[in-house]
Design a protein around this ligand. Sequence first.
Ligand SMILES: [Zn+2]
Length: 290
Amino acid sequence: MKRCLSCDACYASSITNCPSCGFSPELVDGFCAYAPEFAHSGGGFKASYFSELARLEEANFWFRSRNQLILWALEKYCRDFSSYLEIGCGTGYVLSGISKLFPRSTIHGSEIFTGGLGFAVARLPSINFMQMDARKIPFAEEFDVIGAFDVLEHIEEDSRVLAQVHQALKPQGFMLLTVPQHMWLWSPIDEYAYHARRYGASDLHQKIETAGFQIVRSTSFVTTLLPAMFISRFFQKKVSDQKFDASAELKISPWLNSLFLQLLRAELLFIKKGFNFPVGGSRLVVARKI
Ligand SMILES: [Zn+2]
């Protein structure tokens, strides 16, 4: 069902305008926009920026490994889902993997900034894209699975987002999250990326359970790269006043990229066997609506 952001009425998701109050979402850059006031806040990135980002994502060990982990978790825990919503889908890199693996599911992608959506829709024309604010999700009991990958740490009101995800999921629906972990890894990179926090497991679990979820699986990942992350972030602190290159982390040497890919592939083997890493640069949580 859709949930009206103006009067809270619920109605069939095929209907565009609220039958109770007449509210209709605006159209911004060709997308249905539920929070148009934020649509352009992400800055006016050029299309060339997104094609560059997409090219780097496809080769980069981090994006590739995270996709492998997400796709495995979806198959393992949420196999028969028919509807999926991603919050903060960016240029659609995760969605491209999901749509390939689950071609029979109805897949929706959402972003608060329309900048990357034009690129995402060109790459994935069969997916339904919309502009929305995760703090005000215009759906109730609509989706079998909702994913938010490295999104929650950007939002001050993370508990509110979790409550909105809970509301938008069907009963027994699944939420998949990845978040950056450990405040002791906090560095200028987090500030440049507009992170509100890095998470600790107990804080994250408590917020998820308070929102009405049961945790099905939770593990750290990027554990084997912790020493490299720690050293690189230590040195970043020393050069924090220098000009920051946002894409520098994506441009690593091919042999290091390949080594990191192998290490994270090995971690995934352990995770598949049921081992939960206690520490790591990031955390994956699979939770079920109760
Ligand atoms: Zn209404």
